[in-house]
Each structure stands twice: as structure tokens, then as C-alpha cells.
Write a protein that binds this ligand. Sequence first.
Ligand code: KG4
Ligand code: ZN
Length: 347
Amino acid sequence: MNAPLVLGIETSCDETGVGIVRGTELLANVIASSMDEHSRYGGVVPEIAARAHLEAMMPTLKAALAEADVTLDDLDAIAVTSGPGLAGALMVGIGAAKGLALATGKPLYAVNHLVGHVGADVLGGEPLEQPTVALLVSGGHTSLLLVRDLVSDVELLGETIDDAAGEAFDKVARLLSLPYPGGPHIDRAAAAGDPRAIQFPRGLSRPKDLERHRYDFSFSGLKTAVARWVEQRRDAGEGVPIPDVAASFREAVADVLITKAVAACNDLGVPRLLLGGGVVANARVRELAEQRCAEHGITLRIPPLSLCTDNGAMIAEVGAQLVMAGHEPSSLDFGADSTLPVTQIQA
Ligand code: KG4
Ligand code: ZN
């Protein structure tokens, strides 16, 4: 079979993404985000996200087909995120994908969103060397995976037991009266601060924690520590040095993320690390990853940022990989699974 032409639909959170790939070649990656509508609430509102997907779906689909210069008829398969994510948001993408599959007679692949983030790395770059460790960090997830085979064998090594890393950035930004989503604002403020100014805690990093939670993350204690520090300063009538707080907080998050990811690579004897998710935009996360991976002889791969954040092309790519590996399409009775485990690559 020639490289399959696959269209992917992603609606698990606030991005309506439609992407088109041919094999591992990226042909289109169109995204409509409802982030502006959520910003006044300080977080993604599921009902607003679902309605925005409904409105954005057709225009985004049309734009992707135009960008790739193909028609629905040309497609070999359609792929869609079936979970994990917001149930109501997922349902919009699933409904659209099923409708398209029924109307065109094309096979449909229901794909795991987290595996999609790994699939993003395959697009247009070097072939993915496996096994690889993957660290996925966004507003919705903080997961450490062992990917032995993208289409058949993905293991969850650990994940956050409370807030996602991006969520922690957003909450701390709010404490500092910075706008939502807070990650980029903290990142910018941190550039002028001293990361050693305040010693904030590294979640689940004490020897006792490491016994049970070696690859798990926790950011809620860190958020509370920042809140308390800021409160004490304000109560004492002193100003809050936002750059120092931002830099020290960012350092704590980056340190714990990269320490655990590098530990997984070393423990498992897998000298490859892949990063994905919106938090990968963070300057210190990238810098620390580059530095520590170089020290430990680990090959680091980071897809371009447009493919790190949620998008349809990464879902199309997992679909293409499933087609190329000879997997059967999903049966049309699958539904949205907001807690789909990462071990289930295809629903
Ligand atoms: O992957 P993404 O666009 O959407 C999902 O959450 O699925 O990630 C968005 C998250 C937000 O929490 C945002 O604050 C965070 O990524 N983020 C950052 C940066 N840019 C975006 N966090 C830290 N530093 C950044 N530069
Ligand atoms: Zn995501």
C-alpha cells in the first residue's frame, strides 16, 4: 500500500483540530481554539468548549482539506480522538468523524489522545526510535510513558496524582494576578527573576515518596507553598517580587519533570526522551531537558510547538500508523471515554 492519506479530528479539550497526513508527511494542520471564551473563567468550561467545537468543526474541516488540497473522496481513512478528555467535547469530534465515515464509506480509527502526542513526533521528522520514554505535559495531563511500540505497546509509568503541570502554571499565575492561561506569562516574568530566590518544594521527590511514586507527579503542594509565601509577604505589607516567585516556581516544576523523566530513561536503559504538550513551550523546561539529556547521553526529541499542543494532525498520524501496521478499523459503536487508559491505543 502507498502511504495512506488520513484525516484526523481532535476535540478533547478546547482546540478543534483537523489534520491531514500522507504516511508520515504532514499535509495540513488547522486549529480553532476556544481559549478566549474560557479566559474570563480562569479555566476551560466544558459546555463552552463543546459548543465551540460544534461551531468550528465544519470550517476547520474545510480549511484542512483546502490546505492539503485533497477531497474527502481521496482519503484512505479517518481518525478521531475518543479519549481521554472532556466527554461533551469528545462527542462532537466523534459525531463528526462517524458522520464522515458513514457518508464516505471510509474506515474509521478511534485513537487515544495521549498516544496522539507521541504520534506528533513522527510527523515529518526522523523515524521514531523505540522504545522511548515520553513526557506529556499540558493543562490537562502530566504523564510519563514507556512507548515500546506506538501502535501496540504503550505503558503508563506514572502521572500526576493531583494537578497537571499546566494547571499549576495557570493557578499560580492567577495568584500573581497574571492572565489565563498563565504558563506563558509566568515564563516571561521568570526570565527576569532568580530561580534560587525561594526554595519551593519538589512534589513526590523525597526518598519515602520515591518508593511508591517514583514516576508520579504532584503539583498541588507546590501551588499551596507559593500561595502561602505570597500571602505572608502581603500580610507583612511587603511587595511580592513577581519575577523571583515566577522563576523559583518554574524551576521547581521543570526540575521535578525532567528529574523524573531522566530517571525513567536511566532506570529502564532507554536513552531516548520525547516531550509533548503545551508546557513544552516553557523555556526552562526545554533548557533543563536539553542540559540533563546531554549529561546522561539521552537523545531528546521535541516536535515543533504547533504539533506539541493539541491538534488533529497527531491523531491523523496515529491513524496512519495503525493503517500501515495493518490494524482493523474501529467498529462504529465506540463512544467518548473521558478516562481512556493510555494502554488502549485504539478504541
Ligand atoms: O497542550 P495545551 O495547549 O492544551 C491542553 O491543556 O491540552 O496546553 C496548555 C497548557 C496551559 O496550562 C498553559 O498555561 C501551558 O500549557 N503553557 C505553558 C507555557 N505555554 C503554555 N506553561 C508553561 N510555560 C509556557 N511557556
Ligand atoms: Zn493534549
